[in-house]
Design a protein around this ligand. Structure first.
Ligand code: NI
Length: 181
């Protein structure tokens, strides 16, 4: 991507016209990734600080072509997750998410923005029912299956300081070099 395009992305506007910024990702080996994130007090959700963090997390996820990102991955120990499956729904913001129920299993290929170029097979629940607060402060419930169930399970693990690399199926880890150029 050339600089001109990159500048355009940096100038994209979030909610209420805020400028969005790409935040620095935390990578494998950074101790913060093993820490547990803290609940966001409901009265803080509408604050500029939290809303800007959410905008920046979405921008950062998109920049790195991720389908999910937890706040801890940009160095903020708050229970906030953003997900985008690049479908009609658009980005989903989950604040203080809680798993209500899981059902079944799926064996899936998985990676993580904090582990660039590393992919492995992992067992995730086939279905996940979760409750969360959205960025407007409304308590919501999502019933997810397939990829969305996988991503919710992966991102909620981040909030507990748990990483996919610690639950991979042995022998399935692959390093895939990014294309040059
Ligand atoms: Ni991850």
């Amino acid at each position: 991507m050339d600089k001109y395009k990159k500048n355009n992305i940096l100038k994209q506007q979030g909610r209420e016209g805020r400028y969005m910024a790409i935040r620095n990702l935390r990578y494998q080996g950074d101790d913060i990734l093993k820490k547990k994130s803290r609940e966001v007090p409901e009265e803080e959700i509408a604050s500029e600080k939290i809303q800007s963090l959410i905008d920046d997390m979405i921008e950062t996820m998109h920049r790195y072509n991720g389908v999910g990102l937890a706040a801890v991955q940009v160095g903020v120990l708050k229970r906030i997750v953003v997900i985008d499956l690049y479908d009609d729904h658009g980005p989903i913001v989950l604040i203080n998410p809680v798993v209500i129920k899981t059902k079944g299993e799926q064996e899936v290929d998985e990676g993580c923005l904090s582990f660039p170029n590393e992919f492995a097979k992992v067992i995730r629940p086939a279905e996940v029912v979760a409750e969360y607060t959205d960025r407007d402060g409304k308590r919501m419930r999502v019933k997810a299956k397939e990829l969305l169930a996988q991503v919710i399970s992966h991102e909620l693990d981040h909030l507990e300081g748990e990483l996919f690399i610690d639950k991979i199926i042995p022998g399935t880890l692959e390093y895939i070099e990014p294309e040059k150029g």
